[in-house]
Ligand binder design. Structure first.
Ligand SMILES: NC(=O)c1ccc[n+]([C@@H]2O[C@H](COP(=O)([O-])OP(=O)(O)OC[C@H]3O[C@@H](n4cnc5c(N)ncnc54)[C@H](OP(=O)(O)O)[C@@H]3O)[C@@H](O)[C@H]2O)c1
Length: 283
């Protein structure tokens, strides 16, 4: 039987539709900060701006020179933190080489109330408390959870295996699955018997950053697979899983492209709406 395709275009459209009236009432404003001209970043920003337009959200693109100094970038961040009209903003990663090692300080400089990427320690820390404190969760983990929920995939009581432990994807999605009562195994490059671990998963989240690394023999029959990876190859885009082989074995799987990607963008928009709600409550 063919698996359920966890179509991120469908699920993100539903989320954006839900957000539209909230945007109309709350009138939030999102600012994108781009440093330099990384082509992949330009494409991600285009998708984010398009989703802002879909929901009618005000947005601004601060495109900064490739050679901007750390001090100058920090001044821009300070200005956005103090601008009452700006609801939320993010600095698109990756940064140019001379700023890359300062990324933690740059993320730290963003006011947690405006950190709509959810990458700062404050918002990540809240994710660790419980589901009720996931106010501005990181956008990709939040999108993964939303994708599962949209298609009524049960999480509670399931064994979820997350392959990857980055601070932006693997670790937070593991905690968010735990917050929803999954039993979670987190795998990484030093995991022994990786294949045996993955084979235990009722739900497998592939966030490993290696094209088609997770093959059909590694996954148990009937598992639900969410593929976070995105890679540009000579044959087009692919994810971290061997989609064509896996789809003959699993009960549900997300495609690449059109799976987690659109959910990440929609979750960012949702965070901007939540940020506005919370800022208004404080004011
Ligand atoms: N669709 C979206 O919106 C979206 C958003 C974000 C990221 N992504 C994609 O998702 C993928 C993961 O992103 P990321 O930022 O989490 O990547 P990352 O920071 O490079 O982390 C990759 C993780 O995979 C682990 N790993 C690498 N090779 C492994 C192996 N052979 N066996 C087991 N584990 C291995 C690493 O382990 P160690 O910790 O031990 O090194 C690390 O924890 C990438 O393809 C990225 O482009 C997509």
């Amino acid at each position: 039987m063919s698996p359920l395709i966890l179509d991120g275009k469908v699920a993100s459209a539903a989320l954006l539709e839900f957000l539209k009236p909230l945007v109309e009432t709350l009138d939030p404003k999102l600012v994108v900060v781009q440093v330099g001209n990384d082509p992949a970043s330009a494409s991600y920003i285009k998708q984010k701006v398009k989703s802002c337009d879909t929901v009618g959200m005000r947005h601004e693109h601060r495109h900064l020179d490739e050679g901007i100094s750390l001090e100058e970038l920090m001044e821009v961040i300070d200005g956005l933190n103090n601008d009452e009209d700006v609801t939320g903003f993010f600095v698109q990663l990756p940064l140019p080489a001379h700023l890359e090692s300062h990324a933690p300080d740059i993320i730290k400089a963003i006011n947690p109330m405006k950190d709509i990427d959810g990458f700062g320690a404050y918002n990540l820390g809240k994710v660790f408390l419980s589901k009720e404190f996931e106010h501005l969760p990181p956008a990709t983990p939040s999108g993964i959870i939303r994708l599962l929920e949209h298609f009524d995939i049960e999480i509670a009581g399931k064994h979820a295996v997350v392959v990857g432990r980055s601070n932006t994807v693997g670790k937070p999605v593991s905690i968010m699955l735990l917050n929803r009562n999954a039993t979670v195994t987190i795998c990484h490059s030093k995991t022994k018997d990786l294949e045996d671990q993955i084979r235990k998963g009722d739900i497998v989240i592939a966030a490993v950053g290696r094209p088609k690394m997770i093959t059909a023999d590694m996954v148990k029959e009937g598992a639900v697979v969410v593929d976070v990876g995105i890679h540009s190859t000579d044959d087009g885009l692919c994810g971290d899983t061997d989609f064509d082989a896996l789809k003959l074995k699993v009960s549900a799987i997300s495609p690449v492209p059109g799976g987690v990607g659109p959910m990440t963008v929609a979750s960012l928009i949702r965070n901007c709406v939540t940020a506005k709600e919370r800022q208004m409550a404080i004011r």
